[in-house]
Design a protein around this ligand. Structure first.
Ligand SMILES: NC(=O)c1ccc[n+]([C@@H]2O[C@H](COP(=O)([O-])OP(=O)(O)OC[C@H]3O[C@@H](n4cnc5c(N)ncnc54)[C@H](O)[C@@H]3O)[C@@H](O)[C@H]2O)c1
Ligand SMILES: [Zn+2]
Length: 358
C-alpha cells in the first residue's frame, strides 16, 4: 500500500493507493462509526454498490446512499440540490461523512455538496476513474458547471481522505482510461521530464492495467499534485501549472456541450495548442513537440479539435475561463518537457494561429 500526504496544516490528509482495498473487510471500519452517505451514479451503483453496502453493514456503519444519473451534463447546481434534499430527508446532521464514489464528476459534485451542507461536513473520496485517481480527487477543488462556463460554481474544500483502489479500473471503458492518461501526460510535460520519460517507456503496461505500473504512476501523480497543492492551495501561483491545456480544453467542452468530448480528450488538444504557442513564443523544440504528440496518439487521444470550432469560438469561452486576469488570457506554456510557465503576455494573433493549426 502506498501513501501520499497532502500537507495543509489542520486540513492535511492522506491518499492511500493499492489494489483490492475496497474488497477487504478490514478496510471499511477505518471509515469510523459515524453516519455515512454514499454519493454515486447509476453506472457504478449497478456494478459495485451492493457489495460495498454489504461490507459496510458488516462493519456496523450506518449508511445511506444517493444514486445520481451518470454524466458531465448532470454536474450542475440542480444535482447538488438533490444531494442536499436526500441528506435533509434522512435527517443527516453535521457529523455525517459524505463518500464520493465515482469518477471526477461525482467527486466534484459531492465535494461541493459537502462544502455547503450545513456550512460544511466531512467527505471522503473513493475515485473510480483513472482521471479521478490521478487528479480530480486530490487537492480540494470542488464544484459544478454553469451553462455559461465550466466549474464556474464551486469551493476549495479538502476531503478527509482519498482511497484509491486500482481494481476499479478493470471496468473503466477504454476511452475513459485514455482520458485519464491525458492528465498523467500533462504532469510529465508541465512538471517532471523523468516522469514523462517513464510514461513513454511504460505506457503499454499502463494500458493493460499492470498493477505495479498503475500504483507507481498514480502515486507519482499524487505526489506531484501534493507538492503544488501544499504550497498553493487556492491556485494563485504554481498550482496553475496543472492547468496546462485546460483553458483551451474547457472551451471545447463548453462549446460542444458537456460530455460530448471527454475532459481528457479536450485537454489533449489543449496541450497540443499550448505546445504550438510555445514553439512560436519560447522556441520550444520541435523534437519535444513530436515526443508529446506521439505519446498522446499512443494513448489514443485526439490531437485536433472539433472541426466545427473556429478560433473565435475558442476565444469567447477562454476569456470567461477563471484563468483570465483583467481580461488578459493567462496560459500555461511548456518551456521544455518537464518545465512550464504561466504567461499573460502572449499576443492574441499567436494564440489564434496555434488554435487554427490544430
Ligand atoms: N477537481 C479537480 O481538481 C478536477 C481535476 C480534473 C478534472 N476534474 C473534473 O473531473 C471530471 C471528469 O472526471 P472523469 O473523467 O472521471 O469523468 P466521469 O466522472 O464522468 O467518469 C467517466 C465515466 O466513467 C464511468 N466510470 C467511472 N469509474 C468507472 C469504473 N470504475 N468502471 C466503469 N465506469 C466507470 C462514469 O460513470 C462515467 O460514465 C470533469 O468534470 C472535470 O472537470 C476535476
Ligand atoms: Zn483536468
Amino acid at each position: 500500500m502506498e501513501k501520499v500526504t497532502i500537507s495543509l496544516g489542520s486540513r492535511s490528509y492522506t491518499i492511500v493507493i493499492s489494489s483490492g482495498l475496497c474488497n477487504d473487510i478490514s478496510f471499511w471500519p477505518l471509515i469510523s462509526g459515524d453516519r455515512v452517505m454514499i454519493v454515486t451514479n447509476e453506472t457504478l451503483s449497478s456494478m459495485y454498490l451492493g457489495k460495498i453496502l454489504t461490507l459496510m453493514k458488516k462493519s456496523k456503519i450506518k449508511v445511506d446512499y444517493v444514486i445520481l444519473p451518470d454524466g458531465e451534463k448532470y454536474k450542475n447546481i440542480k444535482t447538488v440540490d438533490r444531494i442536499i434534499g436526500s441528506l435533509l430527508q434522512k435527517s443527516h446532521g453535521r457529523d455525517t461523512i459524505l463518500i464520493a464514489f465515482g469518477g471526477g464528476v461525482i467527486g466534484d459534485i459531492t465535494g461541493f455538496a459537502a462544502a455547503i451542507y450545513q456550512r460544511g461536513i466531512r467527505f471522503i473520496q473513493i475515485p473510480t476513474s483513472l482521471l479521478a485517481q490521478v487528479d480530480s480527487s486530490v487537492g480540494g477543488k470542488t464544484g459544478v458547471n454553469h451553462i455559461l462556463g465550466k466549474n464556474m460554481i464551486g469551493a476549495f474544500y479538502q476531503p478527509t481522505s482519498v482511497i484509491v483502489d486500482t481494481d476499479f479500473l478493470c471496468s473503466l471503458p477504454a476511452r475513459e482510461f485514455s482520458s485519464g492518461l491525458a492528465e498523467i501526460i500533462k504532469y510529465g510535460i508541465a512538471l517532471d521530464s523523468s516522469f514523462f520519460q517513464w510514461i513513454e517507456q511504460n505506457l503499454d503496461l499502463l494500458m493493460v492495467l499492470e498493477k505495479h505500473a498503475l500504483v507507481y504512476c498514480i502515486r507519482k501523480c499524487c505526489e506531484l499534485k501534493a507538492s503544488l497543492v501544499s504550497n498553493d492551495e487556492h491556485d494563485i501561483g504554481y498550482r496553475s501549472l496543472l492547468n496546462l491545456g485546460h483553458t483551451f480544453g474547457h472551451a471545447i467542452e463548453a462549446f460542444m456541450g458537456y460530455g460530448k468530448w471527454l475532459h481528457g480528450e479536450a485537454i489533449s488538444v489543449g496541450i497540443v495548442m499550448a505546445v504550438r504557442i510555445a514553439e512560436r513564443f519560447v522556441q520550444f523544440k520541435s523534437e519535444h513537440s513530436n515526443r508529446i504528440i506521439n505519446l498522446l496518439q499512443r494513448a489514443n487521444l485526439p490531437i485536433q479539435g472539433p472541426t466545427e470550432m473556429t478560433a473565435n469560438n475558442y476565444l469567447s469561452y477562454m476569456i470567461r475561463d477563471k484563468k483570465t486576469v483583467s481580461n488578459q488570457l493567462r496560459l500555461v506554456i511548456p518551456l521544455s518537457i518537464g518545465v512550464s510557465e504561466i504567461r499573460d503576455n502572449i499576443p492574441n494573433q499567436l494564440i489564434i494561429d496555434a488554435i487554427s493549426e490544430c
